[in-house]
Each structure stands twice: as structure tokens, then as C-alpha cells.
Design a protein around this ligand. Structure first.
Ligand SMILES: [Mn+2]
Length: 245
């Protein structure tokens, strides 16, 4: 068997959206993808919005995603390191994914060296200049008091409320200018480059596979999504490639 040496990046599965019947088709496809890479994968980075909504109550979690979670458990049992970056849809994880699934959860952007290349990895929401309204909203979402209050709403109501909210913001989000989001993230990346050597900035969030050369040694990358693109990145022999499943 070939040694597990390759690194993978994927984001924006949005499991659960738009409904169980459609989501489960994507979920099976994601599991097939994971099966196809498992003999090569040393580490897998899931860069946000894996779940369209996720909230860990003290004694329960949302229904669903059993195949996917089982697949992750099988991989982590086998020693594959799986990194999970909360996105703007699934930031309410409080230890269950670490404890039960063996994931490594990064609540802040990760700067890491892989095979001598420097990576900067994060979901990418609320970064860069402007977007004050969203930044305020996010600070509420991240506030322990707001999270505690939400956890006291019965899950049948709370989860329904979250789905309503998500649908509403998606309708508005349809008009969110992806070019503007991209430009903000590029500005953000360039600012980091002024004092840190990074070879690859890896973001999710925008849902399109994007690859921009910032300098001869630094690239800005959006991984894409698993709603329309089924895109992922493979890092192998010090080379990073876009791939499609
Ligand atoms: Mn997303």
C-alpha cells in the first residue's frame, strides 16, 4: 500500500441544505470522494460550512449526516488527521466533533508549514475591510451569552428558526457580490504578506474555485463548493492542484 502522504482541502458542503432528500445525495457523493482518497490522505482540511446548520446542545445534536460522520470516524480511527474550520453556518461546535469524531477544530486562522510550504487556512467570512454589519452579527453569534440563550430554546424550535434565518440570508446572500468578497480577501491576504511569508492562502466561503497569483511565491485560493462545483485541492510532492470529483 502506498504511504499516506497527500493533503486534501475541501469546503462548503452545506450538508442539510436545501432539504434532507437533496442533501443526502451530496452526502453520499462526499463519502465516495473520501473513500477515493483514503489510501492517499495523510490530512484532510475541511474549511468551513461543512454543515448548513450545526449546533451542539448540552445533551443533543441535530439529526442527520450519519454516513458522513461515520466516514470521518473511520478515517480518524485509521490515523488520518481531519481538520475542521467552523464556517459562518456551522460555528456552534463546542467539543463534540473533537471528542466523538476525533476532528481537530480550528477556531482561528491556521498558519502551518506543510512540506516546506507555508499555508494560511481559514473559512474567510468577515475578513478584510468593511462589512461592519456582518462583523457585528458574527460577534453576536460568537457571544457565549447569545449561544447560551439559543441553547435554551427547544431544538425543534431553535433548529427551525436557524433554518428560516439561513434561508432568508441565503436569499439576500444571492445578491452578495462575490467579486467584492474576493477583493476583500485578496486585500486581507496581501496585508498578511507584508509581515508573514505565506505560499498559499486557502479560503472557502465564496463557493467558486478561484486561483490568483499574489506574488511569484504566494497564491490566493478559494476551494469552491460541493453544491455545484465538487472541487477540492490536493497537495502532493509540494504541488497544489485543483481537482473535481
Ligand atoms: Mn458557504
Amino acid at each position: 500500500m502506498e504511504e499516506r502522504t497527500r493533503i486534501y482541502f475541501a469546503s462548503d458542503f452545506h450538508l442539510g441544505s436545501p432539504n434532507q432528500a437533496e442533501s443526502i445525495i451530496r452526502e453520499k457523493k462526499i463519502c465516495d470522494w473520501l473513500s477515493s482518497i483514503e489510501k492517499y490522505a495523510k490530512e484532510i482540511y475541511l474549511v468551513g460550512d461543512v454543515f448548513d446548520f450545526w449546533f451542539e446542545y448540552k445533551t443533543s445534536i441535530p439529526k442527520g449526516f450519519e454516513r458522513f460522520k461515520g466516514k470521518l470516524c473511520q478515517l480518524t480511527n485509521d490515523g488520518v488527521k481531519i481538520h475542521f474550520f467552523p464556517g459562518n453556518h456551522d460555528l456552534w461546535t463546542f467539543g463534540y466533533l473533537e471528542k466523538e469524531l476525533g476532528l481537530i477544530v480550528h477556531r482561528k486562522p491556521l498558519i502551518t508549514s506543510i512540506d516546506g510550504k507555508m499555508f494560511y487556512i481559514t473559512h474567510g467570512d468577515g475578513l478584510g475591510p468593511g462589512n461592519l454589519k456582518y462583523k457585528i452579527l458574527k460577534s453576536i453569534f460568537k457571544s457565549p451569552i447569545a449561544q447560551w440563550l439559543f441553547s435554551k430554546i427547544h431544538p425543534d424550535w431553535g433548529i427551525q428558526l436557524a433554518h428560516l434565518w439561513s434561508r432568508k440570508s441565503r436569499k439576500q446572500g444571492g445578491q452578495v457580490n462575490k467579486e467584492k468578497l474576493k477583493d476583500d480577501l485578496i486585500l486581507y491576504s496581501r496585508k498578511i504578506l507584508t509581515n508573514t511569508d505565506i505560499n498559499y492562502f486557502i479560503f472557502g466561503h465564496i463557493h467558486d474555485p478561484i486561483d490568483v497569483e499574489l506574488t511569484p511565491t504566494a497564491k490566493y485560493i478559494n476551494i469552491g463548493d460541493w453544491i455545484t462545483h465538487f472541487s477540492f485541492l490536493e497537495f502532493h510532492n509540494r504541488t497544489l492542484l485543483f481537482k473535481y470529483f
